[in-house]
Design a protein around this ligand. Structure first.
Ligand code: C2E
Ligand code: CA
Ligand code: CA
Length: 457
């Protein structure tokens, strides 16, 4: 009898192991398929609707890499508990792979029912958690498909939930999106075409750089240039970076594109130096995707070596968001870049949530006041207050500060009065093509000082 019992125990334990995920105790992939096929069968007969929610953590890889695999495992266990805590008894939740979970909501009547659950899950997952002694905030993205509207087989439903998930990630993460038929037809096709065009554009030199001067208001001298990408498409005309940079980021094309920009900016600046033209520094925008990449510094090293540009002529603009997203990791990467001798500026400063503790640990040289605060700087007291505190902050931390988007003399005067001496904006110059920039310099270019008086370079 005893032997029989222990054999039974053994068998049920084996069953458990075969059908459950060791780490989280959730159903695993095979149990999930088994269950969902039954659910689909029942739902079909009873004319019921099911909601399939694909849940993916937003920065799992990041946590694994920065805090270690034990922390990653802890996070997966906590996530599993969090998911379970928000669901009903008979809803299925399984771990499909890595940080990908799937939930099946049985017998839902309205889309709104799914929305409520999805939002509840997101809220719960966004609460801070403690991992190996570190307080961490993570978020998740959710893609939703509905049986039978979005498919009748589990494979199709998962595929469609996956597309919806990509959309949620692309739209900024920490959100849920429903699958829409259009994703697999119209919109996706257009997107694909644009992606192909962009891919070709990078190969066929349809991308070029324009350079916007950065000026010291007091001396009237150019202190640097910001390199800004331009796409002159044969079919589409001029495409704004506000469109193609996000596309490049979503499709992964930002890596070759960003590398091209970096190489090209270094080459041009070095060529100008060789001609005796020294415009201070060339600033290159670094996408969060590039910055996040392991060994991003190697890309910078390569660009400097290929162009033979001395590092003090290169400035990298890192957005505030990308520096604060994973600040521990950012400290490491910024130190590494700083060690190469390049300058570092925090772009779009004021738009994100900076931790001053981290800001102090970043080996940076410059803050760029975001355009949005400069726009109404003389009339909007909030904007003025923010701009003023950024200027003070930079002085207190011995950092340089530059304001972007200066379009009028009044803005420039306001900034100078508050101690911000570097500016960039249409009032001084629009971004210029290489030819325009050279023509400007060769015609013994002049720029205007803060009182609108034109002064020679
Ligand atoms: P950003 O880094 O904030 O760049 C400044 C943008 O402000 C540029 O727009 C510039 O033309 C515009 N601007 C400059 N002065 C003024 C002004 O006085 N008034 C107004 N209204 N705008 C002004 P652009 O060239 O269209 O670039 C837009 C954004 O695209 C950039 O914003 C940057 O985030 C991104 N971008 C451009 N080139 C690259 C690149 O090579 N790599 C990456 N990762 N991002 C890039
Ligand atoms: Ca910038
Ligand atoms: Ca900016």
């Amino acid at each position: 009898k005893q032997v029989e019992n222990s054999l039974l125990d053994h068998k049920s334990r084996l069953d458990y192991m075969v059908f459950h995920d060791n780490l989280t105790g959730l159903a695993n992939r095979s149990m999930f398929y088994d269950r969902i096929n039954k659910s689909l069968g029942t739902a079909k007969i009873a004319n019921q609707t099911l909601g399939i929610l694909l849940v993916d953590l937003d920065r799992f890889k990041n946590i694994n890499e920065s805090l270690g695999y034990d922390a990653g495992d802890d996070l997966l266990r906590i996530t599993a508990d969090n998911l379970r805590s928000q669901l009903r008894e008979n809803d299925t939740v399984a771990r499909l792979s890595g940080d990908e979970f799937v939930i099946v909501l049985e017998n839902v009547n309205r889309r709104a029912d799914i929305e409520v659950v999805a939002q509840k899950l997101l809220n719960r997952l966004a609460l801070p958690v403690k991992l190996q002694g570190h307080q961490i905030t993570t978020t998740a993205s959710i893609g939703v498909s509905i049986f039978p509207a979005d498919g009748e087989t589990i494979d199709l439903l998962l595929k469609h939930a996956g597309l919806a998930m990509n959309k949620a990630k692309n739209l900024g993460k920490n959100r849920f999106e429903f699958f829409e038929g259009a994703m697999s037809s119209n919109k996706a096709v257009n997107y694909l075409l644009l992606e192909n065009d962009l891919r070709r554009a990078i190969e066929q030199n349809e991308i070029c750089l324009h350079y916007q001067p950065q000026v010291n208001i007091v001396t009237g001298k150019i202190v640097g240039l910001e390199a800004l990408a331009r796409w002159h498409s044969k079919e589409r005309g001029m495409v704004s970076p506000l469109h193609f940079i996000p596309l490049a980021e979503e499709t992964g094309l930002i890596e070759p594109l960003g590398e091209w920009v970096l190489n090209h900016a270094c080459e041009r600046f070095q060529a100008w130096l060789m001609q005796g033209i020294n415009l201070g520094k060339v600033a290159v925008n670094i996408s969060p995707i590039q910055f996040r990449k392991e060994h991003f510094e190697q890309t910078v090293v390569k660009a400097l070596m290929n162009s033979r540009l001395a590092p003090q002529y290169l400035e990298l603009e890192i957005t505030e968001g990308s520096a604060m997203e994973d600040a521990e990791r950012a400290v490491e990467m910024l130190n590494c870049l700083n060690g190469l001798g390049v300058s570092l500026a925090i772009d779009d400063f004021g738009t994100g949530y900076s931790s001053l503790a981290y800001l102090q640990r970043f080996p940076i040289q410059k803050l760029k006041i975001d355009r949005s605060f400069v726009k109404d700087i003389e009339t909007d007291t909030n904007d003025a207050a923010i701009a003023k505190s950024i200027i003070d902050l930079s002085h207190n931390m011995s950092l340089q500060v530059i304001a972007e988007g200066v379009e009028h003399l009044e803005q420039s005067n306001w900034l100078m009065a508050k101690g911000c001496l570097q500016v960039q904006g249409f009032y001084y110059s629009k971004p210029l093509s290489e030819e325009q920039l050279m023509a400007w310099i060769n015609s013994s270019a002049v720029i205007r000082d803060s009182n609108g008086i034109r002064i020679p370079l």
